[in-house]
Design a protein around this ligand. Sequence first.
Ligand SMILES: C[S@@+](CC[C@H](N)C(=O)[O-])C[C@H]1O[C@@H](n2cnc3c(N)ncnc32)[C@H](O)[C@@H]1O
Length: 254
Amino acid sequence: MSLKQLFNHLVKKNKTNKEKINWVTNPPKKDFIDFMTNKNSVTKTIGDEWEGHAYYDKAENWLYKFWEEDTVFYQRFQELDCTHIVEIACGHGRHVQFYLEKAKSITLLDINQNNIEYCKNRFSSESKISYYVTNGNSLTGIETNSQTTVFTYDAMVHFEMLDVIEYLKEANRVLIKGGKILFHHSNAGYLPTVYYTSKPHWRNFMSADIFAHLASRFGFQVISQDIFSWGEGEDLVENVDCLSLCIKVKNIDP
Ligand SMILES: C[S@@+](CC[C@H](N)C(=O)[O-])C[C@H]1O[C@@H](n2cnc3c(N)ncnc32)[C@H](O)[C@@H]1O
């Protein structure tokens, strides 16, 4: 997609939302700068976007995108040891059914308390699941060097880079050596000063290369990075996503 096509796409997507369209302008306005320089407000606002969203019910019908056998999500997932597994940003827990049997312990985290309550109800008969509301970038509550896998699907694409960095650090802390992360993240490494909701499919600023660099700084070796498109028909945006599979090779200093 050329920059001109991208701009047209953004304008089309946001034509009903003047405030967000202002955030596409360059240079950014003062209120936008104030917002973006307050770290907690960005993380919280991204989390708030998903509170009670209509997405969750609809998304139950889109599981094939992740779990049909010819998808990269399914194939890379087979490379994980699910014995002690953490899912970041679990939403309503639609992915759990695909690893429940394999796991001895499961930890579900989400920034929204409502989602955690939903999962507690949904899986009330499962004693091997623990639940935490996260502040948006930590795995607090999970023991150091205790987990075999940390993964996240359909969520980190929206997170801002500063939170991805913290999650990488935290994943290094909670994983055993040889444990793996499987993170579905953005590959929209353009428009670096634009707020994420004004970018295609709400993909935040990140790229496969930046992610690989960060992962290597936090004690991981990249096993694979699959870059792929998202959306259908005229909403298709090429190469906007990436699925990174990495192995923990070293403990980092806290
Ligand atoms: C598009 S939903 C995806 C939910 C789930 N992963 C799925 O595939 O069904 C995005 C999820 O990310 C959660 N979220 C947003 N920001 C977060 C953050 N910084 N840390 C953890 N969860 C976050 C939201 O509450 C929401 O559940």
